[in-house]
Design a protein around this ligand. Sequence first.
Ligand code: DGL
Length: 272
Amino acid sequence: MLQKKNLRSRPIGIFDSGIGGLTVAKAVFNLLPNEDVIYLGDTARLPYGTKSKETVILYSIECMKFLLSKKVKMVVVACNTASSVAVNFLSKITKVPVIGVISPGSKTAVKSTNNKKVGVIGTYGTIKSKSYNKEIRKYSKDVIIFSQPCSLFVQLAEDGWTENRITYLTASEYLKELKKRKIDTLILGCTHYPILKKTISKVIGKNIKLIDSGEETAKEVKIILEERNLLSKRKKKGNHRFFVTDFPNNFKSISERFLGKKINNVKKAKLT
Ligand code: DGL
C-alpha cells in the first residue's frame, strides 16, 4: 500500500486528442503551480470529434494507460469529445480519480444562467452524445439547452485565425440559431474554442456569459485533490512534461499559442 506522502508527489496526468487540451493544461498550471503535470496529446489520431464513440473510447483507454504507466495520481480528460463518451469507462478501469470537462462546465453554466437558456457548442461527437444536456439535467430540471456543432472552429484555432473576417463569418453562420434563442450563457464545449473567445463573444453578444470548460475543470481538479489529501506539498514550481503521438507540421507554434508560453521537452509517446 502506497503512503499518501508518495502519492501526493506524483504528477497529474492530462490527455487530449491533440494540442487543444493545452488550454486545459494551462488552466491547471495557473491554479496549481506546484504540481508536476504530464500531458499527452494524441496528435497522430486527431481529430476525435468526427470519430465514432467506440473509436474514441478505445483511443481514450490507450491514452489513459500511457498516463498510468507514468504513475499519475489523477487523470484529467481535457478533450470534450473523449470526456463525453469515455469518462465512465475510464473510471471503471482504474483506482485513480478520473475527471472530464463536461461536469465542471455544466455546473458553472447552471449557476450562471438567469433566464435558464444555455447554449452549448462543440464537435459533432460532443453534441451528438448530448453529454452536456445530460449533465446539466442533473443540476437543473428547468434549464433549456440549445446545441450547435461548430467543427470548423478547430481548424481556425489551429491556424491562428482567431479574429479575422473568415472566422467572424463562420461564427456568425454557426451561432445564428443560438442568437435567436436568446441564450444568456454559452458553454465553449471544445478545447479549441477558448482561443476564439473574442470573436465568439463579438458575434453572440458581449452580454452573453462564455463558460470555459477548461478553467472550470482546473478548479475541480484542485477540489478533488484537496478532498483526497493528494495536493502536492512542494514549495517549488512543478515540472511539466509533454508527450505527443506524432509531431505534426507547425507543432511548436500551434502549441505555444494554446499554452501561451514556450514549450520544450516534448517527447514522442508510443501507445499500446
Ligand atoms: N479536443 C477536441 C474536443 O475538445 C477537439 C479536437 C478533436 O476533434 O479532436 O472535443
